[in-house]
Design a protein around this ligand. Sequence first.
Ligand code: TRP
Length: 448
Amino acid sequence: MSSMTKVHGQWSSRMGFILAATGSAVGLGNIWKFPYMVGDSGGAAFVMLYLLCIFMIGLPILVSEWLLGRRGQKNPINTMVELVEKNNASRIWVLFGITGVLGAFLILSFYSVIGGWSLAYIKDAVVGNFSGQQGDGILALFVGMLADPWKLVLWHTLFMLITVGIVARGVKGGLERAATILMPALGILLLLLVIYGMTTSGFKEALLFMFKPDWSGVDGSTFLAALGHAFFTLSLGMGIMMAYGSYLGEDINLLQSARTVVIMDTVIALAAGMAIFPIVFANNLDLGQGPGLIFITLPVAFGNITAGWFVGVAFFVLLTFAAITSAISLLEPVVELVEERTPLSRVGSTLAAGLAVWLLGIAALLSFNVWEEVLFLGLNVFDFLDTLTSKYLLPLTGFGVILFVSWILDKESVRQELGMDVYDFSVWNLITRFLAPIGVVVVFVGHL
Ligand code: TRP
């Protein structure tokens, strides 16, 4: 059945909705990507810009996506079509629904590769490969994995199979229930690792690195990276949050819910940084290591603490779980589109979409070995996919969404829907009509 004709269900509670949205938001972006971006971009200055983008741009866009979804009650593309017609707006706006689905497809291809690394590390943790290792031993393990394309293909395939299996069978509900326990468990584990960090000699340096800004190295590209990551980590700009909004009851307060999701997402990211950087400094590891950062740092802790075996296994299991809940949210819109535009069934559409993502993912993972030298615009396939989506597609789509909500929709009805008084709404208007969109433009132009 296409989602056009589907009788739209609703979240059973505000709690269920928040969990699902948090499940999509909290993922590899928080634990894998955020720390290495902090490391690459010189620390606290990036963290500050990131927080600014999250609260000034990300939060209003999150609210806007939910609001659009709740009004449209359909998938992102059809929601845009309908709202455009209702509001006599140009069809151009529909384009933002389409770039969303394309972006989700591209992101999932490299996301799955990293999800595969996480699976591989469950195995390494189980067989005790971290035990007693220091920084160089752990690094060698990681380098060895990257050098073996077959291994990477195997883990990437397994990750895609799990994701496809869940989406095809439409059993997300159970997963969301599991999240009630597993997400807090991940939070607690990160906290334990931060405490471990406190016992190392690198803690103070890590604290300064993450929270005492040095603005001298900041340029347009740091800003764009922070902006792009704010979108990535909140799952914005892909119509995914819009789709979640379409299941949302009228009584749910959008601003409050957005605040909850944004705070949880941010706390997890900062905790991941505070777990990782003490290990980096204590072991003289390379800050600018890039995508491998968490895989060469945290196992050092697992290999040397009491109960490290258990903590290591648990950590990678929970990381994989967080990655899967996000991956599902990325595959879903692609599957919906295929299902709607082709004669394929739900299962057929999922397989087709999954296969296409899997193939592109293979190209992405080869950039860590045999295709290292294959470059597009100076970037290997992996970096190209990441850059194209995080720095261009996501901000562009988010920009469209926020402009549509703030300039095209009827103002008074939006004010009522957000439950704001006239004063609060004028602040909201200032942010969504001017500050956030201008911020996005300035960041783009500043980068050119
Ligand atoms: N937010 C997820 C993370 O941080 C990734 C993700 C899931 C995503 N769905 C998305 C990113 C939609 C952009 C758009 O890991």
